[in-house]
Design a protein around this ligand. Structure first.
Ligand SMILES: [Zn+2]
Length: 392
């Protein structure tokens, strides 16, 4: 609607329905009695519990506007079977369906994964329509864990810091590339499909393939990280991606490519231990004095206004995450003990000649003032990586 060359916005007032989910004990009891149940009694409780959790999650998302009004439906049916509700004996699992009447039995003696799960405890089972999912618990190793690694997730790389390993850089360019390639392919397919509707299934196929490829990459990456640092506690930013979606469209698309959540999610169950830290200002405050940092060289290098500390932005993020996960506030003594003292020998072995510690090499105007005692240490030549960069 256009009036005198000006756009006039129209507003509507709509009443929004707020779903109420009855939670009283009485309601639940009646519900349990109403459901005519011929299977073992515990399934009904589990079913009600699952239904409640689905409804609650739908309600939460609906109130935030992320779901529509139609009620959630279960597409893939499943039943959870707790450890107390099945018997595992002689390499056979026996699940009660109807007590003293119907049982399901699974023979594990010839399964391909037998060797892999040797010595592990069987956990909760998930029974699906055509398969049974087994979960295993690996008994904790007795050794004490003292290794912490703080990880900073970036567009093209995953940067980690720990006093033991120094700066660890993992290349994520391939992951970015996967999404970029599919984005271009998808655009082409979409424009073709808009002219020829019969091609629409091809478009949806692209999304699936992209997701699978990204997932495969992230699986390999996380498995590798866990293998290389088996005893470490990994620290990540507690990213709420949805909160980051407020910025520009261009930025959105880049963030969507990151699969950051996927990486964190996979690490969560693969890694020995994980810790999530508050993501605020991890790459914008100085790890030594806590002052704001200013960006140099298109934001690749950051410099502290107060103390002059100059670092690679990603490396700085990793240090900040590391300090945060250990509970250290920004302080120059902590920074000296944790970062400088541990890093200097590594810098020295890695780098030859030159003066001044700069993160990005060649120019000396961005001199790092983080080595008050030893001026002969040089952290130049692009990106120092310790140990060797894990490349994919
Ligand atoms: Zn500072």
């Amino acid at each position: 609607m256009v009036k005198r060359g000006r756009k006039v916005k129209k507003y509507y007032h709509v009443k929004r329905l707020i779903p109420v989910i009855p939670k009283s004990r009485e309601f639940k009891r009646n519900l349990r009695n109403e459901l005519d149940w011929c299977y073992a009694a515990h399934y009904v409780d589990s079913a009600i519990k699952t239904a409640y959790s689905i409804l609650n999650s739908w309600r939460r998302n609906y109130l935030k506007g992320r779901r529509k009004r139609n009620k959630p439906r279960i597409k893939r049916k499943f039943a959870r079977i707790k450890e107390t509700l099945y018997v595992f004996r002689d390499e056979k699992i026996r699940i009660t369906v109807k007590p003293r009447e119907m049982y399901l039995e699974f023979d594990l003696s010839k399964t391909w994964f037998k060797k892999r799960v040797k010595g592990w405890d069987l956990g909760e089972l998930i029974l699906k329509e055509n398969k049974l999912i087994l979960t295993f618990r690996k008994p904790l190793e007795k050794e004490r864990v003292t290794e912490y690694i703080g990880w900073d997730l970036n567009k093209y790389s995953l940067d980690g810091f720990s006093p033991k390993y120094g700066w660890i850089r993992v290349d994520l360019k391939k992951l970015y590339h996967i999404h970029r390639v599919h984005e271009i392919k998808r655009k082409k397919a979409q424009s073709r499909a808009s002219k020829k509707p019969s091609l629409k299934p091809v478009v949806s196929k692209h999304g699936l393939r992209e997701r699978n490829r990204a997932r495969d990459f992230v699986h390999k990456l996380t498995t590798h990280l866990v293998r290389v640092f088996p005893k470490a506690i990994h620290g990540f930013e507690d990213l709420d991606k949805q909160g980051m979606y407020k910025m520009s469209k261009r930025h959105n698309r880049d963030i969507a490519k990151q699969n950051w959540k996927m990486i964190i999610h996979f690490m969560m169950y693969k890694a020995h231990k994980m810790r999530l830290v508050d993501p605020r200002n991890t790459s914008s405050i100085c790890p030594r004095c806590g002052e704001k940092l200013i960006k140099l060289r298109k934001g690749q290098v950051v410099k502290c206004k107060k103390c002059g500390l100059t670092l690679d932005r990603q490396f700085c993020g990793a240090i900040n995450i590391y300090l945060r996960m250990c509970g250290f506030p920004p302080s120059s003594s902590v920074f000296y003990h944790v970062v400088i003292k541990k890093m200097i020998p590594k810098w020295k072995t890695q780098m030859k000649g030159g003066r001044g510690v700069t993160t990005n090499g060649d120019k000396t105007d961005d001199m790092l003032s983080m080595n008050p005692e030893r001026a002969d240490v040089d952290a130049t030549q692009g990106v120092p990586t310790y140990p060797k960069p894990l490349s994919y």
